[in-house]
Ligand binder design. Structure first.
Ligand code: NDP
Length: 279
């Protein structure tokens, strides 16, 4: 029998750590599989996916194609993908393409792993791009008390709220939105889902207030703690974490969908931290 093919598709794609992560998960179960990086032309996502699935079994989708993957899957979307408006995991079932979004469950499992169960928590989510949108529904599902989305361009935060509430009216009581300066109250978990860290920058939140046993979480990761993590600790956050655990968490959730197996994230995360020079 031939080895099952998996991969990650994006543009650019050389930077992706998914092949390394999935290879390590596979070795935990002695699974023989291949996992490739696939560069799709910017105007050729659908045809590249179609070509891959002639022999392939599953794909992860990364920037800038998650919304196109959502369109491609049509009605065969998981509830989480529908809520996120984006797809990061594709597979075939009965010859049909199916899609899910595992970014949000990746974040939630990482929050649990670091001892900050979102259940009953007041959560401030900064940013309203694709990453933010993908985690809103899973955080609500995890039972947070309040999820408040703020963004430099406040209209985009309101838009996410409206879209999620349209699909799940029950969410309206626990989901709110505003501009960057709209963050009164104390927070258990503050999540930076802006791309500011890419440029060693941070969203301007001079007076965010942290509760005791609070967590500052940056979705970004680098060899050093990010500017956001450092500022948050100064502002009173009890603990700060970067987004590497979310990355491994979303991969584990995709692995579970494809193989029905619950991989152990800890050793994989430790290896990645070492590669990044964090330890
Ligand atoms: P987008 O480009 O879709 O969104 C960027 C967001 O950042 C917007 O809300 C934008 O605000 C805001 N922003 C950018 N610069 C600043 C600034 N200086 N001050 C305040 N707000 C700012 O990016 P994504 O949502 O795709 O990604 C966001 C981050 O999350 C990236 O750092 C990415 O690496 C990370 N990420 C990590 C993952 C993981 O697994 N760990 C998974 C996915 C993403 P505005 O709307 O006003 O422009």
């Amino acid at each position: 029998t031939s080895v099952q093919r998996y991969g990650v598709i994006g543009h650019p794609i050389e930077h992706s750590r998914s092949p390394q992560i999935h290879a390590q998960f596979a070795s935990q179960f002695n699974l023989a599989l291949s996992y490739e990086r696939i560069l799709a032309p910017l105007d050729g996502f659908a045809s590249t996916v179609e070509q891959f699935f002639k022999t392939g079994s599953g794909l992860n989708v990364t920037l800038p194609f998650k919304e196109q993957a959502y369109e491609l899957v049509g009605p065969r979307l998981s509830r989480r993908a529908r809520m996120a408006g984006a797809v990061n995991t594709l597979w075939l079932e009965d010859g049909q393409l199916h899609g899910c979004n595992t970014d949000g469950v990746g974040l939630c499992s990482d929050l649990l792993r670091v001892g900050h169960n979102p259940e009953g928590k007041r959560i401030l989510l900064i940013g309203a791009g694709g990453a933010s949108r993908g985690v809103v529904f899973p955080l609500l599902e995890a039972g947070c008390e309040l999820l408040h989305i703020i963004n430099r361009t406040s209209a985009k935060a309101y838009e996410i709220r409206e879209q999620v509430v349209a699909l799940d009216p029950d969410a309206s009581r626990r989901l709110s939105a505003g501009g960057l300066d709209d963050h009164c109250g104390d927070w258990d978990i503050v999540i930076n889902a802006t791309s500011a860290s890419l440029n060693q920058n941070l969203p301007d939140l001079p007076d965010a207030r942290y509760r005791s046993h609070s967590l500052a979480y940056d979705m970004f990761y680098a060899s050093e703690p990010t500017a956001f993590m450092r500022a948050a600790q100064q502002a009173g956050a009890t603990q700060s974490r970067d987004g590497l655990g979310m990355l491994v968490g979303q991969a584990a959730a995709s692995f579970q969908i494809w193989h029905g197996l619950q991989a152990d994230v800890e050793p994989v995360l430790a290896a990645l931290r070492q590669d990044l020079g964090q330890i």
